[in-house]
Design a protein around this ligand. Structure first.
Ligand code: AMP
Ligand code: MG
Length: 283
């Protein structure tokens, strides 16, 4: 274990992972999960931010280890409503992490070529290889979320996708991938505030899509689609975490802590130096 492990451990102990992790077979009601929640922090933002910094530093080291060891693969799936904080998590949680070992794959409206194939066809090429970490900004879950809400394919077809997705993710796990799936949970009022900010800020306005308002109007249908997707595809090996995300500092802390905790469990080591390296003198 690394020298700073006790410090990390004591921070991780402050996070109630169990509360956010959705267990197989569990029913969830997103209307009953408070997006303002901040666990035991009770508004103590300064405390949480200090912990965040320590865990973010630790993530940098763990990612180097992942890369150096080259054994494990790590996939992090981010889903949320618009303005839910997917981009924010990518920017903040991975701040300082070596970009050489981390990829971000963003899934947009499928192209005609993508639509001419099964929905996992465009996803598989982006999964992490050994030593890599990949962040999915949206994912194959869109194919049971937006596709369901907008009725883009018949129910008989999208219903079967929960099974496909479970099998697909199990395949990745069985072949050495660690999978963590985060639903960033904001409420409608928080989204309204963030959309207004987005519109008012010339540097953010470009992100605003008129279609986002349609999704906003269909909020309840999206919540039901998220609940079903999460319930049907949370597994011991590829769990969903529902993360209260109105407070960005709590969202970021829980995300980084969940990732650090999972990476610590891999118990990675830097590979030994090449034989004969001892005693080498650089002239
Ligand atoms: P953004 O992530 O905000 O840039 O927006 C990407 C858009 O692509 C969102 O409106 C998604 O709902 C949409 N999208 C992503 N995947 C799919 C999919 N498989 N089918 C339909 N729309 C999708
Ligand atoms: Mg958007």
């Amino acid at each position: 274990m690394p020298a700073d492990a006790p410090d990390i451990r004591s921070i991780l102990n402050r996070i109630d992972f169990d509360r956010h992790r959705v267990k197989p077979g569990e029913r969830i009601d997103l209307d009953k999960i408070d997006p303002e929640g901040d666990g035991a922090f009770d508004g103590d933002r300064a405390d949480a931010e200090a912990m965040f910094e320590t865990l973010n530093d630790r993530l940098e080291v763990l990612q180097e280890l992942l890369f150096a060891e080259g054994k494990h693969r790590v996939l992090i799936v981010l889903q949320a409503m618009d303005c839910g904080g997917k981009d924010g998590v990518i920017r903040r949680v991975f701040d300082g992490v070596n970009p050489a070992g981390v990829n971000v794959a963003s899934f947009k409206v499928p192209t005609s070529v993508e639509l001419a194939h099964d929905y996992l066809w465009r996803v598989h090429p982006h999964v992490p290889g050994s030593g890599e970490m990949v962040l999915f900004n949206r994912s194959h879950y869109e194919d049971v979320l937006v596709v369901r809400v907008l009725d883009l394919v018949p129910e008989a077809r999208w219903r079967k996708r929960y099974d496909h997705i479970r099998s697909f993710e199990q395949l990745l796990v069985d072949e050495g991938t660690t999978i963590l799936k985060f639903f960033l949970h904001i409420d409608r009022d928080e989204q309204a505030e963030r959309l207004r900010e987005r519109l008012a800020d010339p540097e953010k306005r470009w992100k605003f899509r008129l279609g986002d308002l349609d999704a906003r109007r269909a909020w309840d249908a999206y919540m039901r689609a998220f609940e079903d997707a999460i319930e049907h595809t949370t597994t011991t090996d590829a769990p969903w975490y529902v993360i209260p995300a109105n407070r960005k500092w709590y969202r970021d802390l829980v995300c980084v802590a969940t990732i650090v905790e999972a990476l610590e469990r891999l118990d990675m080591r830097f590979p030994p130096a090449e034989e004969g390296v001892e005693g080498v003198v650089i002239e």
